[in-house]
Design a protein around this ligand. Structure first.
Ligand SMILES: CC(C)(COP(=O)(O)OP(=O)(O)OC[C@H]1O[C@@H](n2cnc3c(N)ncnc32)[C@H](O)[C@@H]1OP(=O)(O)O)[C@@H](O)C(=O)NCCC(=O)NCCS
Length: 156
């Protein structure tokens, strides 16, 4: 991971980069676990306009490396949403840094646990970070794992 990696809040103008990261992930990474029709539906969902709307409704963050947006995550309190890392950058610790960021914020607000929904593709990542399965749910995009992690370890 580059020492220049920075996590900052989503800004006006980040929408195209975030939309591009999400759709690249869906096509290049999540496609190994989902049928083409589901990937197409999800790509159609994450337009620039939709990202800007989500950034208004939740706290959205981006990871920036050498001036380029390479990952994103969102949170609403202790709930995690839209965690994606640019496929070229996967496996270099960006996802862990983004999750640490939202966990610290939720912990500072007094939440006892973090909760995330995970795709089949993202499930192992969350487990590696200490998240534990609590249930599964069915969404428009298929099976979703719900996982939680206690936050006492992340208190500043
Ligand atoms: C899942 C994702 C966000 C992980 O981001 P990343 O930057 O590659 O993750 P990191 O490099 O920070 O990995 C942190 C740890 O998790 C592990 N890990 C990452 N992805 C994993 C997976 N799918 N299964 C098991 N372990 C995984 C890493 O090996 C690393 O372990 P280590 O600390 O022992 O080395 C990224 O692969 C991605 O965007 N995937 C496609 C989109 C997606 O599925 N998003 C989740 C939506 S629910």
């Amino acid at each position: 991971m580059s020492p220049s990696l920075e996590i900052r809040s989503f800004r006006s103008g980040d929408g195209p980069a975030v939309s591009e990261i999400i759709t690249s992930c869906l096509r290049e990474v999540n496609s190994r676990d989902y049928p083409d029709e589901t990937i197409t539906l999800m790509c159609e969902h994450f337009t620039v306009e939709r990202i800007e709307q989500l950034a208004f409704e939740r706290q959205m963050f981006v990871a920036v490396e050498d001036g380029a947006v390479v990952g994103t995550v969102s949170r609403d309190g202790n709930k995690v949403f839209t965690m994606f890392v640019q496929p070229r950058t996967i496996g270099r610790g960006v996802g862990r840094r983004l999750m640490r960021h939202v966990e610290m914020l939720a912990s500072a607000e007094g939440h006892d646990f973090m909760e995330t929904g995970a795709s089949i593709t993202g499930h192992g990542f969350y487990q590696r970070l200490g998240y534990i399965d609590v249930r599964t749910s069915e969404t428009d995009f298929g099976l979703n794992y719900i996982l939680r992690k206690p936050l006492e370890d992340t208190r500043p």
